[in-house]
Design a protein around this ligand. Structure first.
Ligand code: IDP
Ligand code: MG
Length: 138
């Protein structure tokens, strides 16, 4: 058993489109546990920290503008192999490549507005959970 906790963001497009419940429901139905949830508007400073790995890439300015454009739902999701498991429920980064049955494959068409973020490794999960849940989890 490898129980992990990962950071998910329902991005501004997902919240705006009323898909937050759908995303949470898919995680719950798969069997993951919610250990934290926060609706917040991300500041530019937090966006810069969260997306530090992408700084300098051509799409970075648009990425920061987009993620700060409206409320996001930040979730701490826990379960067996949750980091990889959540990434596979999300589908490929570019919805053009995401398979039907995944969140992005079912609900998105655009790379920049692909509804969800999920941590991609144990190190990322630890770092990102600390950014969005600095007071810890339940
Ligand atoms: P991920 O969200 O699947 O982990 P990352 O490569 O970490 O994908 O990229 C972060 C986010 O940046 C993506 O979810 C996507 O919305 C956006 N993005 C990634 N690559 C591009 C690009 O080439 N053009 C525009 N946006 C991009
Ligand atoms: Mg990523």
């Amino acid at each position: 058993m490898t129980i992990e906790t990962t950071l998910v963001l329902v991005k501004p497009d997902g919240v705006r489109r009323g898909l937050a419940g759908e995303v949470v429901s898919r995680f719950e139905r798969r069997g993951y546990d919610l250990r934290g949830a926060r609706l917040l508007k991300i500041s530019r400073a937090l966006a810069a920290e969260h997306y530090a790995e992408h700084k300098g890439k051509p799409f970075y300015p648009d990425l920061v503008s987009f993620i700060t454009s409206g409320p996001v739902l930040a979730l701490a999701v826990r379960g067996e192999n949750a980091i990889l498991g959540i990434r596979s429920l999300m589908g490929a980064t570019n919805p053009a490549d995401s398979l039907p049955g995944t969140i992005r494959g079912d609900l998105a068409t655009e790379l920049a507005e692909n509804i969800v973020h999920g941590s991609d490794s144990r190190a990322s999960a630890k770092r990102e959970l600390g950014l969005f849940f600095p007071d810890g989890l339940v």
